[in-house]
Write a protein that binds this ligand. Structure first.
Ligand SMILES: C[S@@+](CC[C@H](N)C(=O)[O-])C[C@H]1O[C@@H](n2cnc3c(N)ncnc32)[C@H](O)[C@@H]1O
Length: 287
């Protein structure tokens, strides 16, 4: 009972998300020797430590701050970043379209700021493994700090300084997840590294990249079921007598392309390119 209760109380070293009455949000790592300073007053971290999650505390200027542990979405949108990170809406879709399951063995590239790595580690769980490739040695320490702030035990994460266009060392992988500029250059390495039925997933900001990757996957003998999609999330404002979409939204982040590692087509011959222009294929999609 005591253990259960402490799971819902703040302790030294926890991340805390502080929200003022104008919905301004701040993230701090609790350290009993420190204080949180803002224009709405000062709050000692020691006053937060021991409080229940969701507590409302008063600053020295008499203002109320709501204190909660950050969700994955809160954390990712406030993460210290050395590179562009994948947004929460896309992280959720990547976990589902990439079918990231507990126990899976996953290669990702590049590591970047570690946002996607956090989502992958949560998806594979302690029995799974994530191998993260990164060409830039200078981003690794920050990414490691970002990841360990939310997942202190990273025994199942291996960071490799390396170029996936050249080599993927692992074999029998369940998934290969790519967030880098030219994923088509990693197709031969992914085909070697993936187990039969495995999934290659790439996140790509532009349609030209989707086209290039789509063509390369369709022409590769070991990949089939190539699919591309984007995720659009439109938040709504819900208040008394005003229920409508919010005025501003994130209109574009990127596209998600997936393909399955399958037996080679006839004697390893690539399938004929799928050219929709000579058929009604364009119109044949599901409603
Ligand atoms: C957009 S960032 C990845 C962001 C990351 N997914 C996140 O959510 O924080 C792309 C990263 O890929 C790395 N990269 C680019 N080409 C690479 C390659 N061939 N092999 C490994 N990493 C690569 C870059 O150095 C950069 O850090």
């Amino acid at each position: 009972m005591e253990g259960q209760e402490s799971r819902h109380h703040f302790k030294e070293g926890d991340l805390a998300f502080l929200i003022d009455r104008k919905d301004r949000r701040y993230m701090v790592t609790l350290d009993a020797a420190k204080a949180f300073h803002t224009h709405v007053g000062l709050l000692q971290h020691a006053a937060i430590i021991g409080q229940e999650h969701g507590a409302r505390l008063t600053t020295t200027l008499g203002q109320t701050l709501l204190v909660l542990p950050p969700t994955l979405e809160d954390y990712i949108t406030n993460i210290p970043r050395a590179t562009q990170v994948i947004y929460p809406k896309d992280l959720g879709a990547i976990l589902v379209y990439g079918d990231i399951f507990p126990g899976a063995r996953v290669v990702e590239a590049g590591l970047g700021s570690g946002a996607l790595t956090i989502a992958l580690l949560r998806g594979v769980g302690p029995q799974g493994a994530v191998f993260s490739y990164e060409v830039r040695e200078d981003v690794v320490e920050r990414a490691r700090r970002n990841i360990q702030a939310v997942i202190p035990d990273v025994h199942n994460l291996t960071i490799r300084i390396g170029d996936v266009y050249q080599e993927i060392q692992e074999r029998d992988l369940d998934r290969v997840v790519l967030d880098l500029p030219e994923p088509w250059q990693a197709i031969p390495q992914a085909a070697e590294a993936l187990a039969p039925g495995g999934i290659l997933l790439a996140f790509l900001p532009t349609a030209l990249q989707v086209y290039e990757l789509g063509m390369a996957l369709q022409q590769h003998p070991s990949f089939d079921l190539v699919e591309s999609r984007e995720v659009i999330v439109r938040p709504w404002h819900v208040a008394h007598r005003s229920v409508r979409p919010v005025h501003r939204m994130v209109a574009h982040t990127g596209f998600i392309v997936t393909a399955r590692r399958c037996a080679p087509t006839r004697a390893g011959a690539p399938p004929p390119p799928k050219d929709a222009s000579s058929s009604n294929e364009d119109d044949a999609d599901e409603p």
